[in-house]
Design a protein around this ligand. Structure first.
Ligand SMILES: Cc1cc2nc3c(=O)[nH]c(=O)nc-3n(C[C@H](O)[C@H](O)[C@H](O)COP(=O)(O)OP(=O)(O)OC[C@H]3O[C@@H](n4cnc5c(N)ncnc54)[C@H](O)[C@@H]3O)c2cc1C
Length: 398
């Protein structure tokens, strides 16, 4: 597929501007930061500053209007920004909470929009997501966390799990049951926006993953949230936030397609970077008396990786234009990620698992990619993405 029609001289000028800016503000040692797998306070501190600089450019939410702190860019311009950030591994802003932005933009009260959107675009608010519960993952509508009204406040009690980077975030979106009639389970869930700072009603305990990252178990113990911090309608969170506006096929959320307020999801530029590095490593490293890159098997494996990266890129572009295309893209990407890690490991052999030091190829990046790829069901597993495409996009029976 020819992708050249996707670019123009103006887009390329923007690309050059973003590249130059990244080189100016992002030293090599901080590249590759991943907010869901990093625990070094020094790196986090650098990134908080960096995100504020990114926000000042309007590039955290490039498509948002200027009054919300965006850069009023077209989707294609925003794609260029995201691609360059991703290609330079220049830490995009807290990807988890990004899904809250479009929901506030669509459903928020004027006060909520005025308060949250500019702070999000400035890099001052980072959202934790409180959806999944110990017994409610893919089947989220079975959630049990309760919110009960008390005057002009809601009192929330319950437990969440897998809360990514919650301990680094200052706000959390929480799905809670507001209608105790469990038979109406999809129609009894509301969304709340809770300030986590100095909040005794929210307790987090660590849940470490195999890729050196930390999710959290979250306990709500009589957490009080003002009524004006309910997002969307009472009992309406499932349809309005989880599955688009009142059943409208225009989607709003990470389990649905991006709407106009949602920025384009960048292709796997980070993987393209790893592939380049790996190809270079194979060209420079001798095995069995010859450069690795001269081994026909290694060449075939590198070719498979390159095809996979390009296919994901094309689907990333094209999927954006069709209904439920982001699900299709995510299903394919989520399945490609472990495959990518596995093929890289196969190429490198035992050296691939070395995490640092002089013997670690690509400074341990392959080991990190391999381990991270198994946590890619954040935001929904590929099977669930496939199910959404089958039932909602293709109209197949359950
Ligand atoms: C690294 C990481 C970060 C995360 N971050 C967050 C976060 O910040 N906030 C948050 O709320 N949650 C978060 N999650 C939770 C994530 O959204 C859930 O793990 C995911 O939705 C799957 O739920 P589950 O783990 O309970 O698996 P289950 O729902 O128990 O699924 C188990 C298996 O059954 C399959 N399955 C289930 N139902 C179906 C079906 N109907 N059809 C076909 N197959 C099905 C699944 O695909 C999966 O393979 C995170 C998870 C991970 C791993």
């Amino acid at each position: 597929m020819d992708l050249t029609h996707k670019t123009t001289p103006r887009l390329e000028a923007l690309r050059a501007e973003v590249r130059a800016w990244i080189d100016e503000v992002m030293p090599e040692e901080y590249r590759g930061f991943q907010w869901d797998f990093e625990e070094d306070p020094h790196r986090w501190s650098f990134m908080y500053d960096y995100w504020r600089k990114l926000g000042a450019k309007g590039w955290i939410w490039p498509t948002w209007p200027k009054e919300w702190g965006g850069a009023a860019m077209s989707a294609r311009q925003a794609a260029v920004v995201h691609e360059e950030l991703s290609r330079a591994r220049a830490g995009e802003y807290g990807g988890i909470g990004m899904s809250v932005g479009p929901s506030i933009a669509r459903l928020g009260t004027p006060e909520q929009k005025a308060f949250f959107l500019p702070k999000m675009a400035a890099g001052e608010i980072m959202w934790a997501e409180g959806y999944t519960e110990p017994n409610s993952g893919s089947d989220l509508a079975s959630l049990r966390t309760r919110a009960e009204r008390d005057g002009d406040e809601w009192v929330i009690n319950g437990q969440k799990t897998f809360c990514t980077a919650g301990h680094w975030c200052n706000w959390m979106i929480i799905f809670a049951r507001t209608d105790p009639d469990y038979s109406k389970r999809h129609r009894g869930i509301s969304a709340f926006l809770a300030n986590m700072q100095d909040e005794p009603g929210i307790q987090l305990t660590p849940l470490y993953n195999i890729a050196d990252g930390r999710q959290n178990v979250v306990y709500f113990d009589n957490l009080r949230v003002p009524d004006n911090m309910m997002l969307g309608d009472l009992n309406g969170a499932w349809n309005q936030i989880w599955f688009g506006m009142g059943g409208d096929p225009i989607p709003t959320f990470e389990h649905d397609d991006p709407g106009p307020e949602m920025d384009y999801e960048p292709p796997l530029e980070g993987y393209a970077w790893v592939l380049d590095q790996l190809a270079q490593y194979c060209a420079e490293t001798r095995r069995g008396g010859r450069p690795m890159i001269d081994d026909p098997l290694v060449r075939e494996q590198l070719t498979d990786l390159a095809i996979g990266v390009e296919v994901n890129k094309v689907i990333g572009y094209e999927g954006w234009n069709c209904p439920y295309g982001s699900h299709m893209h995510q299903a394919i990407t989520k399945e490609f990620q472990p495959e990518f890690g596995q093929i890289c490991m196969d190429i490198l052999g035992p050296l691939g698992i070395i995490q640092g030091g002089r013997w670690a190829p690509l400074a341990g990046e392959i080991d990190r990619i391999y381990r991270r790829s198994f946590g890619n069901h954040a935001g929904g597993t590929s099977q669930v993405k496939r199910m959404v495409v089958a039932t909602r996009a293709l109209g197949l029976p359950r």
